[in-house]
Design a protein around this ligand. Structure first.
Ligand code: PEP
Ligand code: MG
Length: 566
């Protein structure tokens, strides 16, 4: 079994076709007839543009406009006066077309690769693609035609470039394996658009696999099964059929409202970690964002993000959401989320230590700059602020005071923001569950974080295998907490959501409907599934399930019963 990045869901079973890189070697020459060489280069550009346009047209038909635009961008790049112009200048100075193209493209590839931003790095891949195609034309080299691949082919390549993708016939290619690439690389985007299962970054796959051998590509798990047994083929075929069936069925829920069988409407939001995820949430048909985990903006860097940087990130997410709800959680560090440059001291018991709202309230400058960034972004959408790990009313009050201070600063500087911004509490500790009736009087909304609520209620660490049997949201104590938090919110007339993983669990959904939850926040790929599961239940049926469950005293009994009815 080979492991890689799960880049495009689904299962493909087929025979490997290795896409070898064609040799584009040439001997650089000095040319004397520069006018003729320039003509040769211009002819190649014309041919390149015509071929690319043809490929883009094919891609437009098979996948859509967005993907075709990537290829049309290649035409703009080669015709760009800066890039194309500098190549022509080199030819005029006596270099052969191949060398001039090579030199200029390499300069752009180096320049783009050095920028950390993924979009810019992607442009380096685009230039590589252009260079290879142009060199092939200039050298008269025939490139392997993916369009000739037979039915049941699994493409294996170092990298799948946009121009390669254009040749892919969806009917014939059942899987893609590459040696490089990430979730957000072109290969991944294109594989998802084509709905072909793909596993990327499988080390040495072009050398360890050989053309003609049978493999299974599990694009959901990020695994490649080599030399599968008959039993494995049967097992994965069944999985593939179930996946396709469910996918077809789920599409019926796209663009629909989220309603129960009794006609009660719910908000179905997504959890995100970066502004880019906001776009994914929208693509997945999310109705807003119920949890923006802002700590990701603070991780993988050497210093705090400035207020302006944060403002840009929150604003970008708000713009993508076009007025849909966006709940931004303030910095939730500590526990298992480390940020080395903050220099937090090692603690005996980090999960119960100096973390999240506790840390923020003691580091007021850092906290205020985040709140100001969120407030400034609130002028661009329906933004709400949420505090993590609240355990006492004082913490909520102190956080709200800081919001008022930040508002006063912005007013003084005549900077726009939403004066009526909502401030909510993430109920994820046992304490917040017990005092939910008090918190509900002072918070504008609740969101239940079952990942932590389960741990803190059961005093069981989610990462410790020895106590894993206790870490379950179906423990009676956790269910009683959830029910209580929702009840207190309902009585106070404030919205109450759930952003922990349990919100997407089909066994939890009838209970949440019965308890009176108003918003579900789940990962983007779960949206349609959750909408379907909510649609299954009437309030009456859900109440019956909840009544039965809440009369049971063990987790095993509860899970057993729920498994039998969903
Ligand atoms: C939670 O605790 O349920 C939650 C959603 O937050 P996180 O997983 O980021 O702690
Ligand atoms: Mg949490």
């Amino acid at each position: 079994m080979l492991k890689g990045i799960a880049a495009s869901e689904g299962i493909g079973i087929g025979k490997v076709m290795i896409i070898e890189e064609t040799s584009l070697d040439y001997t650089p020459k000095t040319v004397t007839d520069t006018a003729a060489e320039l003509e040769r280069y211009k002819d190649a550009v014309e041919k390149f543009c015509a071929e690319t346009e043809e490929q883009a047209e094919a891609l437009r038909k098979s996948t859509g406009d967005k993907e075709a635009e990537i290829l049309m961008g290649h035409i703009q790049m080669i015709k760009d006066p800066f890039m194309g112009g500098s190549i022509e200048n080199l030819i005029e100075s006596g270099q052969c077309a191949e060398a001039a193209l090579d030199q200029q493209c390499n300069m752009f590839i180096d320049m783009f690769s050095q920028v950390e931003d993924e979009m810019t790095q992607q442009r380096a891949a685009d230039v590589k693609d252009i260079k290879a195609a142009m060199l092939a034309i200039l050298l008269g080299v025939k490139v392997v035609k993916i369009s000739d691949a037979p039915k049941g082919t699994v493409l294996v390549a170092k990298e799948v470039t946009p121009s390669m993708t254009a040749g892919i016939n969806k009917e014939n290619i059942v899987g893609i394996i590459t040696e490089t690439g990430s979730q957000t690389s072109h290969s991944a985007i294109l594989a998802r658009a084509l709905e072909i299962p793909a596993v990327l970054s499988v080390e040495n796959s072009t050398t360890t696999l050989s053309s003609g051998e049978q493999v299974i590509v599990d694009g959901s798990a990020g695994e490649v099964v080599t030399a599968p047994s008959e039993e494995q083929i049967n097992e994965y075929s069944a999985k593939r059929d179930a996946f396709l069936r469910e996918k077809r069925e789920l599409e019926n829920y796209r663009g629909k409202k989220t309603v129960s069988a009794s006609g009660d409407e719910y908000e179905l939001f997504c959890n995100i970690g970066t502004p880019k995820d906001a776009a994914k949430a929208m693509e997945a048909d999310g109705e807003g964002v119920g949890l923006f985990r802002t700590e990701f903006l603070f991780m993988d860097r050497n210093a705090l993000p400035t207020e302006d940087e944060q403002f840009e990130a929150y604003k970008q997410a708000a713009i993508v959401l076009k007025g849909k709800g966006l709940i931004i959680r303030t910095l939730d560090i500590g526990g298992d989320k480390e940020i080395p440059y903050l220099g937090l001291e090692k603690e005996e018991n980090p999960f119960m230590g100096f973390r999240a709202i506790r840390y923020c309230l003691k580091n007021r400058d850092l906290f205020k700059s985040q709140i100001k960034a969120i407030l400034r972004a609130s002028a661009f959408g329906d933004i709400r602020i949420m505090f993590p790990l609240i355990t006492a009313v004082e913490e909520l009050r102190a956080g709200k005071e800081l919001v008022e201070e930040a508002k006063a600063d912005l007013r003084a500087s005549k900077i726009e923001f939403d004066e009526n911004i909502k401030v909510g509490v993430m109920t994820e500790t046992a304490a917040s569950g017990v005092i939910a009736h008090m918190l509900a009087k002072e918070a504008d909304f609740f969101s239940i974080g079952t990942n932590d609520l389960t741990g803190y209620t059961m005093a069981a660490d989610r990462g410790n295998g020895d106590v894993a049997y206790l870490y379950s949201p179906f423990q009676p104590s956790v269910l009683m907490m959830i029910r209580r938090i929702i009840k207190c919110a309902n009585e106070a007339g404030i919205p109450v959501g759930m952003c922990g993983e349990a919100a997407a669990n089909p066994m939890m959904i009838p209970l949440l409907i019965s308890f009176g939850l108003t918003e579900f926040s789940v990962s983007a790929p779960s949206v349609l599934k959750v909408r379907k599961n909510i649609a299954k239940w009437t309030k009456e049926e859900a109440d019956k399930v909840a009544e039965t469950v809440m009369a049971m005293s063990t987790e095993a009994e509860i899970v057993d019963y729920l498994k039998g009815i969903v």
